[in-house]
Each structure stands twice: as structure tokens, then as C-alpha cells.
Design a protein around this ligand. Structure first.
Ligand code: HPA
Length: 274
């Protein structure tokens, strides 16, 4: 067995030794979007620091714990806090928890993130379902020897976000009067927010929002055969001509304000796909 698989098995077996329940869906919560965790009846939780081989999150707004619990009547794994390339983790480390979830039996992965809007029709606080993504210089987590027990060398990426989940989420949003967009997420490394010229570039290449997460997790999940759904909360607008200053505080504030809409969509979707 490769050292990656050995480590993944050690991590998964450690978690299994602590909890004897299962869930087929997992949620990874983005910056400022951790409130969903308070809606969960928690059966079990572990700080990332207690999990062997898990990286540890360092960003403000990321608590860093793995939860198994019940949301809307359905068992679910929740990762409160994720790992970002800009924190210094390798793409493989960013992808690591996704692969652990796979070994724990997860088939469906729901992701949330905070993102900057570049589509002029978007406003701060809006939600956008990811239809597709573009990686702008984020390093592919599958680079290196392929782990064939996880997936194929050259994964197909024609449907990185499962259409069936997109359709269900749109129906849930409509039924609850939640305005929702569907578009393209451009993944960048950060940690700088973009320059004015970069926001223009992102718009020109077909992006609707831009953010510093999600793409590497998505790739690792698709590689190992999971179905993925992701939503961005538009926390700032990257195309303001007058005042283009963006702060982490404003991102967290906007994410917090939009969070209840996101929680509703995730918990309804969870129930429908269970
Ligand atoms: N750019 C990149 N990442 C982000 C942004 C942004 O404007 N807002 C929140 N995450």
C-alpha cells in the first residue's frame, strides 16, 4: 500500500474507532458559514487537532472540527473549517479530508464557500450554485502518482457539480423564495484579494464569482467518485470601479448574514438526497 493510502486508512480507522455510526453525505463549511453546525444534533465531534494526519486550520472564522450528527432528520458528516492552499498546505493536504470522508463511506459532498462576485448582476449576500469551475493557477491535487484505489489517472470533469443536485437545490430555493444564481466559480490561490485587472480577467474568462477554496476539494471528490454540490455566498463585489477595497471582515460579515438561506438549502437538499 502507498504511504498515502496507509495514512488515509489510519485516519479513517481512528475515526471509525470513535464513532460507530455512518452517513453517506458530508458538508464542508466555508469562511463565516459555520452556523449550520449549530443546527445539528451532534452525536460525535473531534477537533481536527485530535485526528491523526489531519492538517490544522489557521484562519479566523474556521473552527476546525469534524462532526457526525443529525440535520433535518438525516445523519451527516460536517467539517467545520477547511484547509486552504494559501495557508501553506499542499494540494494533497487540502484534498486529504475529502478522501478520508470517502473511506468513511461518503458518497455525496456538499460544499459552501465565500466568494467575490464579478458578474454585474450579482449583489452582496446573493447565493450562487456552482454549475462549473475554472482553476486559475490552483494546483491540481491529483498531480503525482495516481492512487488507483481511489480513482482513475485522467478523471472526466464534464459534470464536476452533479446536475441532479443543482436541479433539486434550485427547486428548494424557488419554493422558499430565495433568489439564487447558477454560474461559474473561478478558483484562485489567494491570499491576496484580486487586483482590479485580475477581477476583469476573471469576468472575461467566464467567471461569475472568484474564491480561494473548493476547486481542489471538488477535484479530489470527483476523482474518487463522489457527487458534489457547491454554493457560493457572494460576500463582496470585485468589480467596483470606485471603491475596490475588500477586507476579510466584510467577507465574514456578509457570509454570516446570508448563512440562514444556505443552511435551509443544505438541510432540505440533504433530506431529499438521503
Ligand atoms: N476574491 C477571492 N476570494 C474571495 C473573495 C474575493 O473577492 N471574497 C471572498 N473570497
Amino acid at each position: 500500500m502507498t504511504s498515502l493510502m496507509t495514512q488515509l486508512n489510519e485516519t479513517a480507522n481512528f475515526i471509525k474507532s470513535k464513532v460507530n455510526q455512518q452517513a453517506t453525505t458530508a458538508i464542508i463549511l466555508g469562511s463565516g458559514l459555520g452556523n449550520l453546525a449549530t443546527k445539528i444534533e451532534v452525536d460525535f465531534e473531534l477537533p481536527y487537532t485530535a485526528i491523526p494526519h489531519f492538517p490544522v486550520s489557521t484562519v479566523e472564522g474556521h473552527k476546525g472540527r469534524l462532526i457526525l450528527g443529525t440535520l433535518n432528520g438525516v445523519k451527516v458528516w460536517v467539517m467545520e473549517g477547511r484547509f486552504h492552499f494559501y495557508e501553506g498546505y499542499s494540494p494533497e493536504q487540502v484534498a486529504y479530508p475529502v478522501r478520508v470522508l470517502k473511506l468513511l463511506g461518503v458518497q455525496n459532498l456538499l460544499l459552501s464557500n465565500a466568494a467575490g462576485g464579478v458578474n454585474p448582476a450579482y449583489a452582496v449576500g446573493d447565493l450562487m450554485i456552482l454549475r462549473d469551475h475554472i482553476s486559475l493557477f490552483t494546483i491540481n491535487p491529483l498531480i503525482g502518482k495516481n492512487e488507483s484505489s481511489l480513482g482513475t489517472r485522467f478523471p472526466d470533469m464534464s459534470e464536476p457539480y452533479a446536475d441532479i443536485f443543482i436541479q433539486k437545490a434550485k427547486a428548494i430555493a424557488a419554493a422558499n423564495n430565495i433568489k439564487i444564481h447558477e454560474g461559474v466559480y473561478v478558483g484562485v490561490t489567494g491570499p491576496t484579494f484580486e487586483t482590479r485587472a485580475e477581477y476583469k480577467l476573471i469576468k472575461a474568462v467566464g467567471g461569475d464569482v472568484v474564491g480561494m477554496s473548493t476547486v481542489q476539494e471538488n477535484i479530489a471528490a470527483v476523482h474518487c467518485g463522489m457527487k458534489v454540490f457547491a454554493i457560493s455566498v457572494v460576500t463582496d463585489l470585485g468589480i467596483r470601479e470606485d471603491n475596490n477595497v475588500i477586507t476579510h471582515e466584510e467577507v465574514l460579515e456578509a457570509a454570516n448574514a446570508a448563512e440562514p438561506k444556505l443552511t435551509l438549502i443544505f438541510s432540505e437538499l440533504l433530506k431529499q438526497i438521503a
